[in-house]
Design a protein around this ligand. Structure first.
Ligand SMILES: [Zn+2]
Length: 113
C-alpha cells in the first residue's frame, strides 16, 4: 500500500530533523495532503498510527489536512478549485483544467518538546 511508504517517509523526515536539532519528542504534527496527491487520508492515518509506537511520535497529536487543488482553466482563463482529477470547471464546464498544486504531501507544522 502506497500510504505505508508515505508514512515511513514522514517518520524518516522527522528522525532526520531530530538528528540535526535534537528534541525529546514530537508534540504536534500537521500534514497537508493535496486533493490530487492520491493519498487516502484514513489509510495514511492508519499507517502512521501503526508505525509510531516506540518512536518520538508516539504521543504526538497528528492532524492531516486535505487541501483542495488549484487548477487553471484554459477556457475561461481563471483559477478554480479542484477536488478530483476528473473535475470540470465550475464556471464553463470545460474539462481541460491544468492542476497548479495540491499534488503533494508535506509537513505543515511540527512542534516538539
Ligand atoms: Zn472554465
Amino acid at each position: 500500500m502506497h500510504e505505508i511508504s508515505l508514512a515511513a517517509e514522514i517518520l524518516h523526515l522527522i528522525e532526520q530533523a531530530r538528528g540535526k536539532d535534537p528534541f525529546e519528542r514530537v508534540k504536534y504534527l500537521r500534514l497537508e495532503a493535496g486533493a490530487l496527491s492520491g493519498v487516502d487520508i484514513s489509510a495514511l492515518r492508519f499507517a502512521i498510527d501503526s508505525m509510531v509506537p516506540g518512536t518520538c511520535l508516539a504521543d504526538a497529536d497528528i492532524e492531516i489536512d486535505e487541501t483542495p487543488a488549484i487548477a487553471w482553466c484554459t477556457h475561461c482563463s481563471q483559477s478554480v478549485q479542484m477536488r478530483d482529477r476528473l473535475d470540470i470547471c465550475p464556471h464553463c464546464g470545460d474539462a481541460q483544467l491544468q492542476p497548479k498544486g495540491g499534488t503533494e504531501l508535506r509537513v505543515l507544522e511540527l512542534r516538539v518538546v
